[in-house]
Design a protein around this ligand. Structure first.
Ligand code: ADP
Ligand code: MG
Length: 247
């Protein structure tokens, strides 16, 4: 297999406990370049923890995480470097409140990559246009709607030109009318080939953007299906019951 065909991300036999509570049990998955994988499952099933194992925010106890052919769980890539290459978007945006939208986006390119202010500003404006809020560059987070803040957060992650994007329930804090505008941007990025791993229960997004869907319960990946199989009902009864609850 050439390196081009190898998955960008491969997790093999991931286990993780917090104290005496086992949170991930022998989880394995792979994400190929250009693919979007959606992760669903009940609250507390370990979705966020699994995502956080990818970029070492919450390292696995055992098992291997390969990213771009390097074993990150064995320390091949220092965590700070990994986080430069993997963008993450959280439920609560986590923008810097004292910085404008543009400044939020400019910060990492300037401080980490050494991009100059003029170039960083230009890039921030282009990214704000991409997430469809070109007119909000000089607004502070508290002057933006939740949906706009989340799109700034996406633009901020994109500013580092990540090879992989991780989204952890990016729309679950948003009002319904704002969910769509965020999902639109995410679906567009996926369509352009941004490799993505998305925890979401927005099945409309999954239908539109996902190549594969994983179903987790109690720390285990119980199901891995292509989006097509998933939506034509070729899934376990357990996954179907879960879907019935959220749809
Ligand atoms: P999900 O994202 O699917 O809701 P999580 O990965 O957040 O699930 O959590 C899985 C389990 O691990 C839950 O029981 C949660 O309480 C526990 N957990 C998550 N993070 C921590 C932590 N930092 N310390 C202790 N327990 C945690
Ligand atoms: Mg979670």
């Amino acid at each position: 297999m050439s390196s081009q065909q190898k998955p960008l991300l491969e997790m093999i036999g991931i286990d993780k406990a917090f104290g005496r509570q086992t949170v991930l049990k022998n989880c394995s998955l792979s994400v190929r370049r250009g693919e979007t994988v959606v992760l669903i499952g009940p609250s507390g099933s370990g979705k966020s923890t699994l995502l956080r194992c990818v970029n070492m925010l919450s390292p696995a106890d055992s098992g291997d995480v390969f990213f771009a052919n390097q074993n990150v769980s064995r320390g091949d890539v220092p965590p700070h470097q990994l986080r430069q290459r993997i963008g993450m978007v959280f439920q609560n945006y986590e923008l810097f409140a004292h910085l404008t939208a543009a400044e939020n986006i400019m910060l990492a390119p300037m401080t980490v990559l050494g991009v100059n202010r003029i170039e960083a500003r230009k890039q921030a404006e282009a990214l704000l246009a991409k997430v469809r809020i070109h007119d909000k560059a000089d607004h502070f987070p508290d002057e933006l709607s939740g949906g706009q803040q989340q799109r700034v957060a996406i633009a901020r992650a994109l500013a580092m030109k990540p090879e992989l994007m991780l989204y952890d329930e990016p729309t679950s804090a948003l009002d319904p009318e704002m969910i769509r505008e965020v999902l639109e941007v995410m679906a567009e990025l996926s369509a352009e080939g941004m490799t993505s791993m998305v925890v979401t229960h927005e099945m409309g997004f999954a239908r539109r953007a996902a190549n594969h869907i994983l179903f987790m319960e109690e720390g285990e990946i119980l199901e891995r299906a292509t989006a097509q199989d998933f939506f034509t009902g070729l899934v376990s009864e357990r996954a179907k019951r879960f879907l019935d609850q959220i749809l």
